[in-house]
Design a binder for this molecule. Structure first.
Ligand SMILES: [Zn+2]
Length: 263
C-alpha cells in the first residue's frame, strides 16, 4: 500500500507491502519540485510509478544502496526517463542483485538492478537547491540532502529513534554519531526520515540520540577492555536480546549494536 502526506512543498510517500503501514516494514520516499528522494521497495514499485503519473519526477536520488530505497528506480527510469543519482560507492551495489535475508525478501523484495550516475556536491530543481551531505555510518554510501533556505533535511536511514537498541553488522556507530552531529549542527527546521517520521524538534531529538549513543559507546569500550565478550556486554548494558533479532534472522540485533561500537 501507499500513503501520501504533504508537508509544505514536500510530499511524503510511505510504502509497505502490507495493507497497513507497519513500523519497521515500511519506508518513505519524498517528492519535491521534480526530485524524488528514494524509491522504496520492490513490492510497491509499480504502485509508486502509477501514483507519480500526473507529476513524474525528473531526478531520483537514492540516499544509500539498501534494497528498500532503490527498488522503484528501474520502473521510473523506464516510464518517465528519470535521471538516477547515488553516492559513488552505491553505484556498483545498486547495479547488482543484492544478497537478501529472508526477512528482507519478505518485507521488501529484490530490486531490478539500475545504473545511477554519481551525485555531485549539490543539485538544483526549479525552485530549490539541495546540498549533498555525506553521512556514513548506517552504510558507507549514505547521504542526506539539505535545502538550507527551507531548513529541510532529508535524512534517509541515518536517524531512526532516540534510543536505538539494535543495529545491522555493517553499521559503524561512531560514524553514525559523527554524521548525526553533522546534521544537528545544520539546525534543520524539518527532518524527513525514511522510516516515516517528519521531525520538527530535530535539535532536541538528535541531541538526545547523540548523547545516548556516546554514553552507550563509552560503556561498551570500557567493558570490552575488561575482557567481556559482546554478548556479555549486551547482557550488562541492554539486557535481553531485542525481539527484532528473531524476526530478522539475527541480522538486526542488540549484540550487533554492541559490536558496531567495537570497530
Ligand atoms: Zn538502510
Amino acid at each position: 500500500m501507499l500513503l501520501a502526506t504533504t508537508y509544505e512543498q514536500v510530499t511524503q510517500i510511505r510504502m509497505s507491502r502490507f495493507p497497513e503501514i507497519q513500523a519497521g516494514t515500511s519506508v518513505a520516499a519524498y517528492l519535491v519540485d521534480g526530485l524524488l528522494i528514494d524509491t522504496g521497495l520492490a513490492y510497491t514499485a509499480e504502485e509508486l510509478a502509477d501514483f507519480l503519473k500526473d507529476n513524474p519526477p525528473r531526478i531520483v536520488v537514492n540516499t544509500h544502496h539498501h534494497e528498500d530505497h532503490i527498488a522503484g528506480n528501474a520502473i521510473l527510469k523506464e516510464r518517465y526517463g528519470v535521471k538516477l543519482l547515488a553516492h559513488p560507492l552505491a553505484i556498483s551495489r545498486v547495479y547488482q542483485k543484492p544478497h537478501l535475508y529472508p526477512y528482507q525478501e519478505e518485507f521488501w523484495g529484490y530490486p531490478v538492478p539500475t545504473n545511477p550516475e554519481p551525485l555531485g556536491e549539490h543539485l538544483t530543481t526549479d525552485n530549490f537547491r539541495f546540498e549533498v551531505i555525506s553521512t556514513p555510518g548506517h552504510s558507507d554510501d549514505h547521504i542526506c540532502l539539505w535545502e538550507k533556505n527551507k531548513g529541510w533535511l532529508f535524512s534517509g536511514d541515518l536517524y531512526t529513534s532516540t534510543h536505538p537498541d539494535a543495529a545491522r553488522p555493517e553499521e559503524d556507530q561512531w560514524q553514525i554519531i559523527e554524521s548525526l552531529l553533522k546534521i544537528k549542527n545544520l539546525k534543520p527546521r524539518l527532518v524527513f526520515t525514511a522510516i516515516g517520521f517528519v521531525i520538527s524538534d530535530a535539535e532536541i531529538r538528535l541531541g538526545k540520540t547523540i548523547q545516548y549513543l556516546q554514553g552507550l559507546g563509552q560503556k561498551v569500550r570500557e567493558l570490552n577492555v575488561t575482557g567481556l565478550s559482546p554478548v556479555q556486554i549486551r547482557q550488562q548494558l541492554l539486557g535481553e536480546e531485542s525481539p527484532v533479532a528473531g524476526r530478522t534472522q539475527g541480522q538486526f540485533s542488540s549484540e550487533n549494536l554492541v559490536r558496531t561500537f567495537l570497530k
